[in-house]
Write a protein that binds this ligand. Structure first.
Ligand SMILES: Cc1cc2nc3c(=O)[nH]c(=O)nc-3n(C[C@H](O)[C@H](O)[C@H](O)COP(=O)(O)O)c2cc1C
Length: 196
């Protein structure tokens, strides 16, 4: 079992990042349930070093895809995403969605012909994972249709990943005195999801 952890917990709180605390709660419980899981982490440094695609980069990638050169470096993140059995994405709630570095990562994993493809019926996913979990923490309370949650739900469907779950640890700045309690509750929910 291969677990892929996409660590986009970019935070001014460093090790006290609340998003990271939430992710740790999930990962600890997941490792308890799957002690043999091989975990691979995409670090914040890797995410932040990704260059968004421009036209020339897209042309180069399309040329490689047209000859099915899937072993090319530009497809490395997509190959890794495609092969994972379970995927955890953790990112803070920024500007009503998530940090740009995570959006750029989505450009790299969305490789037509590798992680998904089209046919006359539309788009079909080609990833192996049975589940994707999105973990986020926000200053405000959770609103319906939170963009990050909706986007990752739709991405999971596009990649053919049947189970999508998320935890939104919300209200952490709205009611600072209640933040530890709210975060604890979110961590408990994440741990429960990891054991499911
Ligand atoms: C750049 C930036 C943008 C943010 N945008 C939002 C926002 O749009 N809505 C919100 O509720 N909180 C927002 N916040 C607050 C964070 O979501 C909140 O403090 C979160 O718990 C941070 O997680 P961390 O402890 O892992 O850094 C923002 C924080 C930062 C630094």
């Amino acid at each position: 079992m291969k677990l892929l952890f996409v660590d986009c917990c970019i935070s001014q709180r460093g090790a006290d990042s609340r998003t990271r605390t939430l992710a740790d709660a999930f990962l600890t419980a997941f490792r308890g349930k799957h002690p043999d899981a091989e975990a691979e982490t995409i670090s914040q440094e890797t995410l932040l070093a990704l260059k968004p695609f421009d036209a020339a980069m897209l042309n180069d990638r399309d040329a490689l895809a047209s000859v099915r050169a899937w072993d090319a470096p530009v497809f490395a993140l997509a190959r890794q995403f495609r092969a994972a059995d379970a995927i955890v994405v953790a990112a803070p709630f920024w500007d009503l969605s998530y940090p740009t570095a995570l959006r750029t990562y989505i450009e790299y994993i969305s490789a037509n012909g590798l992680t998904y493809h089209y046919d006359e019926h539309g788009c079909h996913g080609d990833c192996r994972a049975s589940r994707l979990v999105y973990l986020t923490s926000g200053g405000d309370f959770e609103h319906e249709d939170s963009v990050g949650v909706v986007h990752w739900r739709q991405l999971a469907a596009m990649f053919g990943i049947p189970q999508f779950d998320y935890v939104f640890a919300g209200g952490l700045n709205a009611a600072p005195e209640k933040a530890p309690e709210l975060l604890d509750a979110a961590c408990a929910l994440a741990a429960k999801l990891a054991k499911a």
